[in-house]
Design a protein around this ligand. Sequence first.
Ligand code: 5GP
Ligand code: ZN
Length: 112
Amino acid sequence: MDCLFCKIIAGEIPSAKVFENDSVYAFRDIAPQAPVHILVVPKAHITSADAVCAENSAYVAKIFEAIPEIAKNEGLTNGYRVITNCGEDACQTVKHLHFHILGGKQLQGQMG
Ligand code: 5GP
Ligand code: ZN
C-alpha cells in the first residue's frame, strides 16, 4: 500500500520516534507548528476518523491511552491540543488516521 505513514511505521522511511507499542506509533512532525508537535498513529491502516468503526475503534482507545504518557514525557504539564484533520474540508493531507499533539507554548484559540 502506498501510504506514507504505513512506510514510517514499517521503518521504510525514517522518523523521530517518541513512543511505540503493539498498536500505536508516535513520531515528531517534520514541519512542526509548535515547540512540541507529535503525530500519533495506529499501526493498522485506518484512512481517517471517518473510517473508525466497531472493528477498529480499539486502536483509537490505545492512541488516547498513549497520549497522556507522551505528553508527560514531553513535559507538557501546562496543557496541549489534540487534533485530527478528517477529509478534504479539514485539509487532511496524509490519508492514514493521525492525531496531532501540539504544545510547548500558549496556543491560539481559533479552530479554523
Ligand atoms: P494532516 O495535514 O494530514 O493533518 O497532517 C499531516 C502531517 O504530516 C503534517 O503536519 C506534515 O507536516 C506531516 N508530515 C508529512 N510528511 C511527513 C514525513 O515524511 N515525516 C513526518 N515526520 N511528518 C510528515
Ligand atoms: Zn497507512
